[in-house]
Design a protein around this ligand. Structure first.
Ligand code: 5AD
Ligand code: SF4
Length: 458
């Protein structure tokens, strides 16, 4: 039985896409391995959002080329956003590369890789030297309805949480972002298909689904009508809420544009919606938001969060912020710091602005030095950590509802769990009794971003 190794960079959507690919390989008789040394097919699912992410994927793929010396038949493939944006040129960068597959063609990866592998294995029967012959397959074309191809899960996992891809693409034009280029136009899956997927997941023991999309709250706006003043996304949330066995619903990421009252109100009557949103802010300065081509003002962003906290007082909010965007002055940066102080995010991912090809911001004249970006990065991180850790420490002594997801990665004697606010709680207890269950836990300790707790369950 051949083995496939899949390394994934980038967002949760990429993880989900990799899972779909893994499922197709297992259906085709492959074993998914976590050990690249025993792989017959090596795939890297790539991210283009920052240069660093691209360099990591290129470095990893370059390094893994060594497996070819011992096993000439090994097939190498790039998938995902960098595959989409660079296409053929990747064959020049990585001489051992065989396959490049874009973001609308994940469902073709198995066929391309398996065809090459089988023909190499057959040739190897005749002559080992002949086993490797340069095969270059590059498929980065558009595919109608590709959003409907990300629908299957790996059946063997016991994870009680799952990602569900509800849409692909993005119609926004943020001036720094490569995603509209790599993922194409916005297109949603039918509600019935998404509900069917959630129902199958629930029957396998999944308790929590995270609905994924580039801008989830705009889900279906071009395909499906509003009903009773409710957007297609809220209709979808209501429909998934009906699925028996699903106890928790999350989604990521929403955008201030189209974040209307119907979505805010949904948090008052849909109890399965977790009290957490990851809500990218990008900047606290109106001038920079404008230069980023984000069509809203800081005031609107703040107002949405305040309304969300009124709808759900225990709402946690996390965000993404870019520092060192071209033209960002010290005053603009201070606007960002002030908004962070005001909103007290539970966590914040800080990104140093990275110039991306074919994006308007890359051509802007007032680019910052790496030193300025790093300086602002550190200042913002210090503030973010101080706020987030203070809020986490305040939870010690409280009782939280958690979903236990399985053994902790760093210490297999302990268990991982998450609160509705998406905070990690490490527990001690019997995995057979706790994993896959939602129960109350008393928070007994905190080390910054990790909480420790005792299960209150009999
Ligand atoms: N440079 C730095 N960060 C970026 N992001 C997107 N594009 C860039 C870029 N060119 C960040 C945004 C987004 C997150 C996924 O990545 O904050 O929300
Ligand atoms: Fe990276 Fe964006 Fe592509 Fe996700 S969609 S892999 S974050 S470039």
């Amino acid at each position: 039985m051949p083995n496939v190794f899949i390394k994934t960079y980038g967002c949760q959507m990429n993880q989900r896409d990799s899972e779909q690919v893994a499922r197709m390989f297992t259906e085709g008789g492959y074993t998914v391995t976590g050990d690249e040394f025993e792989a017959d097919a090596i795939l890297v699912n790539t991210c283009s959002v920052r240069d660093q992410a691209e360099q990591k994927a290129l470095g990893k793929m370059g390094h893994m080329g060594k497996h070819r010396t011992l096993k000439p038949h090994v097939v190498y493939g790039f998938m995902g956003c960098m595959a989409q944006s660079r296409g053929q040129e990747l064959f020049q960068n990585i001489p051992h590369l065989d396959v490049v597959v874009g973001t609308q063609k994940y469902h073709k990866v198995f066929e391309y890789v398996d065809t090459i592998l089988q023909s190499r294995l057959e040739r190897r029967m005749d002559d080992l030297e002949l086993a490797y012959k340069g095969d270059h397959i590059c498929d980065v074309a558009e595919e109608k309805d590709s959003q409907n191809t990300i629908k299957d899960h790996v059946n063997t996992t016991t994870d009680p949480t799952a990602f569900v891809s509800i849409m692909q693409g993005c119609n926004m034009k943020c001036s720094y972002c490569i995603v509209p280029d790599t993922r194409g136009r916005e297109r949603g899956r039918p509600i019935a298909d998404i509900v069917a997927e959630c129902t199958t997941l629930a029957s396998r023991g999944v308790k929590e689904v995270t609905l994924l999309g580039q801008i989830v709250n705009l889900y279906g706006r071009t395909e499906f009508p509003k009903v009773d003043g409710k957007s297609p996304f809220v209709q979808l949330l209501e429909a998934v809420h009906e699925v028996e066995g699903i106890e928790r619903i999350r989604f990521t990421s929403p955008h201030p544009v189209g974040f209307r009252d119907d979505l805010i109100t949904a948090f008052t009557y849909l109890p399965k919606l977790c009290s957490h949103i990851h809500f990218p802010m990008q900047s606290g300065s109106d001038k920079i938001l404008k230069a980023m081509r984000r069509p809203y003002k800081n005031e609107k962003f703040v107002e949405i969060i305040k309304k969300m906290k009124t709808a759900r007082p225990d709402m946690a909010v996390t965000t993404d912020i870019i520092v060192g965007f071209p033209g960002e002055t010290e005053e603009d940066f201070i606007d960002t710091l002030n908004t962070v102080k005001e909103l007290e995010f539970d966590n914040c991912f800080v990104f140093r602005y990275s110039q991306r090809r074919n994006t308007p911001a890359a051509e802007m004249l007032e680019q910052h030095t790496e030193q300025t970006k790093e300086d602002r990065n550190q200042r913002l991180l210090t503030l973010v950590n101080e706020i987030a850790q203070r809020k986490n420490h305040a939870l010690v002594g409280s009782v939280q509802e958690v979903l236990c997801t399985g053994p902790s990665k760093s210490n297999a004697d302990t268990l991982n769990s998450r609160t509705p606010q998406n905070k990690i709680v490490i527990l001690e207890g019997n995995p057979d009794r706790l994993v896959g269950k939602v129960f109350k836990a008393e928070i007994t300790g905190c080390t910054g971003y990790t909480l420790y707790g005792t299960p209150l369950i009999d």
